[in-house]
Design a protein around this ligand. Structure first.
Ligand code: S3P
Length: 446
């Protein structure tokens, strides 16, 4: 990502937001489509891949380890994989940019190959904890040299054959689960992950589609996901559904701007990802699911969202894994609700692309919205649907979701809300500003 030239941005709306939008491909599924295709022998095709910087970082790393990954003029990505166990030694450091998912999933892949790889990233990624991945992967035999605090830059050496483990996730993290399962693909025997709290299940669903022997059982300790190693993956044709995390910005924008009526097409409705829809409906949002259908083994729907009066809620903590990336935009919705919304049990927000609790508390307070910060969440004093005061420049801390959330807040603010840098939006949502304009918002680059 080019961080040399920050691009301050403000969005405003003179009237309702109206129209149809199609969000880009789901980020989690896009990463996995590339990773698993790179391990299959033969050509896989991926349609609707998210072409954001995070996913492109995964593509570049896979190329550096021997896979052919190319976009056709028809927009379809074609990947010729190297086969499980066939990754090559990368010749230079793998630049992960801003992407925690690329880093942690690729570390899993490297862990059971006899190669050495160095991972580097931007200032945000270099602050994020990697011990959650190095710990299980070290148990499987990989060795690591890291910056202090188990952070990037990090160099690792995989072990082949690696040692199969049975690992209980200490934090609810699909990235950690996936890293261990990916390492397990090239490990003899059964590698098992136990997740006490269910997290997004794209890895296990897609690996099955690629022909891996993956089983999922419910137990008293949680879900046990097992992968049989030395797997052979068959190339696939994958259609990536629209990203519910990206859709969340338009769900909230339409809910808070009076008179709005927006249809968001082709949104992934996997229940491990729809926590925001549940929370917004609890607040009184008007979200209708149209044309629910199966695409590429997942449920998708078009969501019609109309402006509605929102009421504060206590956000159930058990929704956290299914909306972990959506808290910043939920906090924006809460600023426009009547009453005090309280969200607790979301410690993980402290270690995302930024500390999202601190960043959103500072951002909303600067815009005249009362907030109380907890170690594991935030309480927001909603202003009852009127325009919030605004009139602030927001520090986005290289965090795409803080950036998009706060420009959405600016769509119903008495004075402009300017974000200090829109560049990080390209990590997950290239085209975001054009879509806002297509709905009737005005973008001002400062
Ligand atoms: C992701 C898992 C989540 C999420 C991230 C994408 C994934 O992270 O925040 O944006 O694709 O597996 P954690 O696993 O750290 O919760």
């Amino acid at each position: 990502m080019n961080t040399a030239f920050p691009r301050p941005l403000c969005l405003s709306a003179d009237g309702p937001l109206r129209g149809r939008v199609r969000v880009p491909g789901d980020k989690s599924i896009s990463h996995r489509a590339l990773l698993f295709s790179a391990l299959a022998v033969g050509e896989s095709r991926v349609e609707g891949l998210l072409e954001g910087e995070d996913v492109l970082a995964t593509a570049a790393a896979l190329r550096a380890m021997g896979a052919q990954v190319a976009r056709g003029e028809d927009g379809i990505w074609r990947i010729h994989g190297v086969g499980v166990g066939g990754l090559l030694q990368p010749q230079t450091a793998l630049d992960m940019g801003n992407s925690g998912t690329s880093t942690r999933l690729l570390m899993g892949l490297v862990a059971s190959h006899p190669i050495t790889a160095t991972f580097i990233g931007d200032a945000s990624l270099s602050r994020r904890p990697m011990a959650r991945v190095t710990e299980p992967l070290a148990q499987m035999g990989a060795s690591f040299t890291t910056a202090p605090g188990e952070r990037l830059p990090l160099t690792m050496r995989g072990l082949c054959p690696a040692i199969p483990i049975r690992y209980t996730l200490p934090v609810a993290s699909a990235q950690v689960k996936s890293a261990v399962l990916l390492a397990g693909l090239n490990t003899p025997g059964l590698t098992r992950v136990i997740e006490p709290v269910p997290t997004r299940d794209h890895s296990e669903r897609m690996l099955r589609g690629f022909g891996a022997d993956v089983t999922v059982e419910e137990s008293e300790h949680g879900r046990i996901i097992s992968v049989r190693g030395e797997a052979e993956l068959r190339p696939q044709a994958i259609v990536v559904p629209g990203d519910p995390s990206s859709a969340g910005f338009w769900m909230v924008a339409a809910s808070i701007v009076p008179g709005s009526d927006v249809v968001i097409e082709n949104v992934l409705m996997n229940p491990t990802r729809t926590g925001l829809v549940t929370a917004l409906r609890m607040m009184g949002a008007s979200i209708d699911e149209l044309d629910r259908r199966a695409v590429g083994g997942e449920w998708v729907a078009d969501l019609r969202v109309r402006h509605a009066a929102l009421s504060a809620i206590d956000v159930p903590a058990d929704l956290a894994p299914s909306m972990i990336d959506e808290y910043p935009i939920l906090f924006v919705a809460a600023a426009f609700a009547s009453g005090r919304t309280v969200a607790r049990g979301a410690h993980e927000l402290r270690v995302k692309e930024s500390d999202r609790i601190a960043a959103m508390a500072a951002a909303l307070s600067a815009c005249g919205v009362g907030c109380e910060e907890y170690n594991d969440g935030l309480a927001i004093e909603g202003r009852g649907g009127d325009a919030i005061p605004g009139g602030a420049t927001i520090a986005t801390h290289l965090d795409h979701r803080i950036a998009m959330s706060m420009v959405v807040a600016g769509l119903h603010a008495a004075r402009p809300i300017v974000i200090d840098d829109a560049a990080p939006i390209a990590t997950s949502y290239p085209g975001f500003v054009d879509v806002a304009e297509s709905l009737g918002a005005r973008a001002t680059w400062r």
